[in-house]
Design a protein around this ligand. Sequence first.
Ligand code: FES
Length: 150
Amino acid sequence: MTEAQEKNIPDVSSDFEPKIVAFCCHYCSYAAADLAGSMRLDYPTNIKILKIPCTGKVDVLYLLRAFEDGADGVIVAGCEEGTCHFINGNIKAKKKVKYTKKILDDIGLGGDRLEMYNLSAAMGQKFADLAKEMTERIKKLGPSPVNSGA
Ligand code: FES
């Protein structure tokens, strides 16, 4: 174990590439990610996208499991409020994300490692921007304590 790990100091070295899992709804954010690719927009490649039918399908346990399995950060990206194809799935997801953030704070991982975004299928640029924003945020936070053994 390094001195930084013993002192629980995040590894903010420039070579830290965070692993970020993005739960993307099929109808909007997944399509936006696809559009970002088609538009050849530059965004970090460390975002692993999991396509789900609707963010309402996301469960608190799925989010926690992603961290347990090694994610440094997790994104939930769904349709804009009022446009969910399953009426209120994104509203349910918003509540679950808020609840999970509190759990992450309570157990010391930090709720800032989890974020929800809402976007339409036409927002390829917004998807690229949120991917960059989340990557920079997680780089500043450093590796997840689950991964660093802290
Ligand atoms: Fe996209 Fe529900 S269908 S969030």
